[in-house]
Design a protein around this ligand. Structure first.
Ligand code: UD1
Length: 429
């Protein structure tokens, strides 16, 4: 298994191109199941999760092609993938496939909407606590799908098609909103989705669906209205920039000091996180195509943070921010309200010398003057990158094991950081 080796202490200077967002690319790829025409997606990141979803889609009979790399293009340039769900031969997604990636559960929505049948394995638990799908199932049931749970599978049927409905989510759910949105595009009549997630990835999905012929209003607000159509057609769409990757590198330079331009991204996708970084002592400015972050000499101030649905502070940046706060001049409180048990990085950060106390949904981080390199283990995607951030300033060598977590979500992480001065390398093993 590969490892990442870091020698801490080098500041970051230069430019990092931000990749397409994994969390937008996955639902966009799944949306290709809604039409028999070709959906062409540009700026798709080269990540293990994308390859896993392509395998799942191939299993249904979806054809895909990936445009070859042009001369001069690096491996970090997003790829263009064309997906054609013309000859769908199977509407079952088995456990072996769904359990590798939770987002694949969302295929249930386009499958039942277009073919009237879907049988998808329940995703099961995962490393960041219980992640139920009851609200996703509720949304499909509201749209008229008959739902049965059989031996670990959710079977959704709607032989006469789905019907528009009013869907009130009792809790903001990104997955639930994606599912409701996709299913409603092909339902008969009007669907109103209330308390919808306002995440930029929902807007990206809605914009692509609109290009495919869907009638959607209000994406990005908490009420989305969908007028069902009888069929959707092909389209071409570029995946939005990855706001979590953007925030991660912003925290990295806030940690090491230096001056970084994050290119091909947008500040308004992560304003809450950038505001917090400003309070912590980083200087954040907008550039023509992205964001510039600097921190020179000054120490880090402690800042309290609570994770919230968009536009709040994202749960996917909580671990990275905690790593940053391990070096602040004082104590910060970090509250996680989206997921229980999303503090696995605490134990590993402690191995590097961090002082963190857990109390219910909160972590109290007492800043320390220095961290010390050590071997650590990645436990999930965002936790593992928090260890990278800590390793970038830890004295001596930090080795991060189980790097496959990082490869699920960060395109060319070590190459991007090394080009900006970090002493980081991948050790093949
Ligand atoms: C969540 C994050 C998203 C992040 C992703 C990966 C939020 C609102 N969502 O999206 O930003 O990129 O994790 O880390 O921050 N829930 C239920 N029943 C359901 C579905 C969800 O109770 O059927 C609960 C979840 O347990 C959680 C909350 O609703 O407490 C939000 O979940 P949801 O947004 O659906 O999770 P993801 O789509 O995975």
């Amino acid at each position: 298994m590969d490892r990442i080796r870091i020698r801490g202490g080098a500041p970051l200077h230069g430019l990092i191109p931000i990749s397409g967002a994994k969390n937008a690319a996955l639902p966009l790829m799944i949306a290709s199941l809604l039409t028999e025409d070709t959906l062409e997606l540009g700026n798709v990141p080269r990540l293990a999760d994308i390859s896993s979803l392509l395998r799942i889609m191939s299993n249904f009979g979806v054809d895909h092609s990936i445009a070859g790399r042009r001369p001069g293009q690096s491996t970090e340039t997003g790829q263009t993938i064309r997906l054609t769900a013309r000859n769908v031969i199977d509407t079952t997604a088995p456990y072996e496939l769904v359990s590798t990636m939770r987002a694949s559960f969302w295929v249930i929505a386009p499958l039942v909407a277009r073919f009237g049948h879907a049988k998808v394995s329940m995703p099961g638990g995962c490393a960041i606590g219980t992640r139920p799908v009851d609200l996703l199932i509720m949304a499909l049931a509201k749209l008229g799908a008959a739902i049965e749970i059989e031996a670990g599978y959710v079977v959704a049927t709607a032989p006469k098609g789905l019907r528009g409905a009013e869907i009130d989510f009792p809790k903001v759910t990104v997955g639930g909103t994606h599912v409701a949105l996709m299913a409603a595009t092909l339902a008969q009549g009007t669907t109103v989705i209330r308390n919808a997630a306002r995440e930029p990835e929902v807007v990206d999905l809605a914009e692509c669906l609109i290009k495919m012929g869907a009638k959607i209003q209000g994406a990005g607000s908490s009420e989305i209205v969908v007028e069902g159509v009888t069929s959707l057609h092909g389209a071409s769409h570029d995946v939005m920039p990855d706001r979590i990757e953007t925030g991660t590198y912003a925290m990295a330079v806030a940690m090491t000091g230096g001056d970084l331009v994050l290119d091909n991204t947008r500040a308004d996708y992560l304003q809450a996180a950038l505001d917090v970084l400003g309070q912590a002592g980083a200087e954040v400015t907008s550039t023509h195509g992205g964001i510039r972050i600097r921190r020179n000499g000054n120490g880090l101030m402690p800042v309290d943070v609570t994770t919230d649905p968009f536009p709040g502070f994202p749960t996917d940046l909580q671990a990275q921010f905690m790593a940053l706060m391990t070096r602040a001049n004082g104590t910060s409180r970090i509250r996680e309200t989206i997921f229980e048990n999303r503090f696995m990085h605490v134990q590993e950060l402690a191995r590097l010398g961090a002082q963190i106390r857990l109390d219910g949904d909160s972590a109290y981080v007492d800043g320390v003057p220095g961290l010390k390199g050590a071997p650590v283990m990645a436990t999930d995607l965002r936790a593992s990158v928090s260890l990278v951030i800590a390793g970038l300033v830890a004295d001596g060598e930090t080795t991060i094991n189980r790097v496959y977590h990082l490869d699920r979500g960060f395109e060319a992480l070590e190459a991007k950081l090394a080009r900006c001065g970090a002493l980081i390398e991948r050790v093949r093993g």
